[in-house]
Design a protein around this ligand. Structure first.
Ligand code: NI
Length: 172
């Protein structure tokens, strides 16, 4: 089953998500469904609040090369342990703001700790697109969107666009 993805603006996208105590079968199923939704969109990352679940859970797969093996990663309670001083700017998008993109500058390299789908602790250093994506998804767990990094005018413009998109979708 695929989960439908909430569109900005939505109050649930502004909430701080709750840490996961145990990785239950229900949470594993949710992670699988989130991966299906992410791949189906298609996208490279998705956070639980985007499907209306306020748990600290994100999924990502930033393998982009044609023919390269996919690498779905499921992270419960992801945490950035260290971030490089070196910065990187990427044109970011978000499945909750389809077809809207903007340059965002973030640390180029981050060390991340998380609990995997088996409840085991993992740490890994991410760079490139993976670093950007994991930071973008962790932001979702804090109720933060990539447009929050933009100047207010630009942010308001994008929000207005999304309000219009949602109005049109509601009309059907
Ligand atoms: Ni996003």
């Amino acid at each position: 089953m695929k989960r439908s993805i909430l569109l900005h603006p939505d109050p649930r996208l502004k909430k701080v998500a709750t840490p996961v105590a145990d990785v239950t079968d229900d949470l594993r199923r949710l992670a699988d469904e989130m991966l299906s939704s992410m791949y189906g969109a298609p996208g490279i990352g998705l956070a639980a609040p985007q499907v209306g679940v306020l748990d600290r859970l994100i999924v990502l797969d930033c393998v982009k090369e044609e023919g390269e093996k996919p690498r779905p990663v499921v992270m419960f309670n992801p945490e950035i342990l260290a971030a490089s001083e070196e910065l990187n700017t990427y044109e970011e998008g978000c499945l909750s703001l389809p077809e809207l993109f903007a340059d965002v500058t973030r640390p180029a390299v981050v060390d991340v700790r998380w609990m995997d789908e088996n409840g085991a602790e993992q740490t890994e250093t991410f760079d490139g697109l993976w670093a950007t994506c994991v930071q973008h998804e962790i932001d979702h767990l804090e109720g933060k969107l990539f447009i929050d990094y933009l100047k207010p005018l630009r942010r308001q413009m994008m929000t207005r666009k999304m309000v219009k998109v949602k109005r049109e979708l509601a009309r059907g």
